[in-house]
Design a protein around this ligand. Structure first.
Ligand code: HEM
Length: 410
């Protein structure tokens, strides 16, 4: 046993890490319970609260990496005299703390990585600081896997809370009942001489933490800046029939929606249009557009990840998105088309204002927008049915260039 007078306190680095991690863990336990248990938190605040929960969780992970490196360079100063059982229990609590400080953030990371909602992790709510998910196989993604990971995360977090209580109770017993220095070992009071510090520990722990953060942020940035797949000219050649032959190389159909505070842009690359439109004979005008849903892409990996699966366009079961416009009206500044869009087994009516400008050589250009409610069309209902991250309105823009087909030579 160590004599009372030989006792030392931890060094400044260990103290700093201990209190920084302790503070973060308190914030995380309280914050985690608040976001999952308090129903009155408004939905628009909940998104930010989750982002901060994840940010501070990754801070705990980073600080724990530093703490482990620090520990490798410093043997902890000896305990005040205590029974063998107590010494064993104190040692066990310490190792359990290390395990939980790693496992709680890692299971939290697993929750968001397997979640079918694919909500991005934005450190400090910044799109510049996107953090990647764990590279878990796609087959593991889903509601069941998310529930299992949540269960582990929750119970490991509760175990951390229980261990904190034990840890504080042990320190209080030592101070108050045994009258031994306990808190002063971890407080900069100068009541005990300080343990010396290894100079190597500083750069090495900074390098390890820096590598972890830099690698994570680089992968996160690469994933979030993945660009829209450009339409391939050989694949996009839409055929047309009726009065107008649409030139798909000069035409485009794009769309946009809000997603976690920014705009996600998408493009439709393969489609066919059969358009009969005569400004002088609106009653006999109509348009039919068939879209290949596998050619729809977005400039955001998180939204893109679910675009074609069962909660998206479900391309395994449905091979076409149909747009039918059967009524046109003349307006003072253009036209309005009334139609129906069918996605999977759902249909929704829409109203489409557009301009129609005749061009040289029997050509014409039509530009317009349509606002669609993705939830009515069964898109992203499972992942974000409350439109907390992905806005429910999708604005589709089209810019079509067409020519009147030449009459066949008989
Ligand atoms: C020391 C670090 C952490 C602590 C102490 C902690 C603690 C907690 C607690 C107490 C809850 C509430 C559990 C419940 O009662 O349902 C929770 C929920 C959650 N945490 Fe953490 N957490 C940490 C790190 C992380 C990290 C790094 C992530 C993700 C990257 C994360 C993601 C989540 C998520 C998504 C939930 C909600 C789970 C649900 O909906 O049931 N956590 N956390």
């Amino acid at each position: 046993m160590t004599d009372h007078k030989d006792l030392k306190s931890y060094n400044a680095g260990a103290m700093l890490l201990h209190w920084a991690i302790a503070l973060c863990i308190f914030v995380q336990l309280a914050g985690g319970l608040a976001i999952t248990r308090l129903d009155f938190i408004p939905d628009d605040m909940r998104f930010g609260a989750y982002q901060w929960h994840k940010t501070i969780g990754f801070l705990v992970l980073t600080l724990t990496i530093i703490r482990i490196v620090w520990r490798l360079f410093h043997t902890p100063p000896a305990h005040a005299p205590m029974s063998r059982m107590e010494a064993k229990a104190a040692g066990l609590v310490q190792y359990l703390f290390y395990a939980l400080m790693l496992l709680v953030p890692l299971t939290g990371w697993l929750v968001v990585s397997v979640s079918p909602t694919a909500i991005p992790t934005l450190l400090m709510m910044s799109h510049e600081l996107a953090w990647p998910n764990l590279p878990v196989p796609l087959a593991w993604h889903g509601i069941e896997a998310e529930a299992v990971a949540k269960c582990f995360h929750t119970w490991l977090a509760y175990s951390t809370a229980a261990l904190v209580v034990l840890h504080i109770a042990g320190a209080l017993k030592h101070s108050i009942i045994d009258r031994m220095p306990s808190f002063s070992r971890m407080l900069p009071t100068r009541r005990l001489p300080r343990q010396s510090m290894s100079l190597f520990a500083v750069p090495i722990s900074v390098v390890f933490a820096g590598l972890f953060l830099t690698f994570g942020l680089l992968v996160g940035r690469m994933e979030s800046t993945q660009s829209i797949v450009p339409p391939s000219p050989t694949l996009t050649a839409g055929s047309s029939a009726g009065e107008w032959a649409v030139d798909t190389a000069l035409s485009k159909i794009t769309f946009a929606a809000s997603f976690s505070g920014k705009t996600v842009n998408g493009v439709v690359s393969r489609w066919k249009a059969a358009i009969v439109f005569n400004p002088e004979a609106l009653a006999t005008s109509s348009a039919e557009i068939s879209i290949d849903p596998t050619s729809i892409s977005v400039d955001d990996t998180y939204v893109g990840a679910n675009l074609l699966d069962t909660d998206g366009f479900n391309v395994a079961a449905f091979s076409v998105v149909k747009v039918h416009i059967d009524r046109f009206e003349k307006q003072s500044d253009g036209y309005i088309g009334h139609g129906t869009i069918s996605v999977k087994d759902k249909s929704a009516p829409f109203v489409m204002p557009f301009s129609f400008t005749p061009e040289a050589n029997d050509g014409a250009r039509a530009i317009g927008t349509v606002s669609l409610d993705r939830l009515i069309l069964g898109l992203g209902v499972q992942n974000d049915g409350g439109a907390q991250s992905l806005g429910k309105n999708v604005t589709v823009r089209f810019d079509l260039t067409a020519k009147r087909p030449k009459p066949p030579v008989v």
